[in-house]
Ligand binder design. Structure first.
Ligand code: PHE
Length: 364
């Protein structure tokens, strides 16, 4: 189409209508931009018509110019409208697609306390329910509390009985406590009589780490000092704890404890205490009994030490042994946790592997 033909009213109307149709049909901003080049750009029919005005005779220029302007602004207006509509569509879509639900909580693992902690608290609860108090002492302890006051003589072989970790420098007099028994001494020095205390805590010995030994482990110590305390009270207390932790199995009778003579410098008489095997209830040790893996068919499991507080210790703590007597016991909490949950390796308790703690540690 030559210049003047482009300026014909029908030609301009057609150019306008084609532009409008192209804009309406453009589904995206990109295709609209392409349609704009085709219908508004320098090579579009309207732009070429505008250029052709120059070649018209002077009298026709004004009319032609008006027609071109009308067509051009209709095209421009249609383009703007479509552009606004497509932009709005895009904004809506982006809002939906990129929406973030701020009310959704991030996935969170629930923390849980360590099984040793929950067991220690459970033991403490058993005693607190009977009116006892929980006592604590330092883990870096003076030798006097850890040994001397407990009647371990200076060169007493019992000092070597427990492989002690000494705190530097040599001669500091400080050790990592080898048992919770120094808390007996601290309790007797600090508290009013009578004394009923339970002391759970961490203890240390120079043991190599293997399936049944750890240089750090947990004990729980019990101490009673009152008038008229006998070994019968000790037995009754141990049986009560055993039933509270291991229950009455099968026959409805509570699980039992047994004590065997032993030696500790701070108790006299002293005893080793065993817990009836909660798995076979002692049946494996009877003639013809099925073998038991838990107690190696002994019928009993070693649980800890106990005895009547040695009068020498009472005197060292300023208590009149003529008037007062007492009992003490101490057992391994790790061991208790191990046989209570059928664990075979003490390292599992201390390695902090979540597969271990989360399996056992959801208890609160
Ligand atoms: N302290 C002893 C130990 O660690 C256990 C014990 C506690 C013995 C209290 C008697 C009385 O082996």
């Amino acid at each position: 189409m030559s210049g003047p033909d482009l300026l014909a009213p029908e030609a301009l109307e057609r150019a306008r209508d084609e532009a409008l149709a192209a804009f309406t049909a453009a589904p995206t901003l990109e295709s609209l931009a392409a349609a704009r080049t085709a219908h508004i750009g320098d090579r579009s029919a309207v732009a070429r018509a505008r250029k052709a005005i120059g070649s018209l005779p002077g009298t026709e220029k004004a009319d032609a110019g008006k027609r071109v302007n009308v067509a051009a602004s209709a095209v421009q207006e249609a383009f703007e409208q479509r552009k606004r509509a497509l932009e709005q569509e895009r904004d809506q879509r982006v809002l939906l697609e990129e929406a973030v639900d701020v009310t959704v909580l991030p996935p969170r693992r629930r923390g849980a306390r360590h099984p040793l902690t929950t067991l220690s608290e459970r033991v403490a609860d058993v005693f607190v329910a009977m009116g006892w108090e929980v006592a604590e002492g330092p883990e870096v302890e003076h030798e006097w509390f850890n040994f001397d006051a407990l009647n371990f003589g200076g060169d007493h072989p019992a000092r070597e009985m427990q492989d002690t970790l000494f705190v530097e420098p040599a001669g500091s007099g400080l050790v990592l406590r080898t048992h919770t028994s120094p808390v007996q001494v601290r309790s007797m020095l600090d508290r009013e009589l009578p004394i009923y205390v339970i002391c759970p805590g961490r203890v240390y010995r120079a043991d190599a780490l293997d399936a049944t030994h750890s240089p750090v482990f947990a004990q729980v110590e019990g101490l009673v000092v009152d008038e008229g305390i006998t070994m019968a009270h000790l037995r009754g207390t141990l049986d009560h704890l055993a039933v509270a932790l291991f229950g009455s199995v099968g026959d409805g009778k509570g699980i039992r404890t047994r004590i065997r003579p032993n030696y500790f410098p701070f108790t006299e008489p002293s005893a080793e205490m065993d817990l009836q095997c909660f798995a076979c209830r002692g049946a494996s040790a009877q003639p013809g009994g099925e073998p038991c893996r838990v107690c190696s068919s002994e019928g009993w499991i070693e649980w800890g030490g106990c005895g009547m507080v040695n009068p020498t210790v009472l005197v060292a703590c300023g208590i009149d042994p003529e008037r007062y007597s007492g009992f003490a016991f101490g057992m391994g909490l790790d061991r208790t946790l191990m046989f209570r949950h059928d664990l075979h390796d003490i390292r599992d308790i201390y390695e902090g592997d979540l597969r271990f703690t989360s399996a056992l540690g959801s208890e609160v």
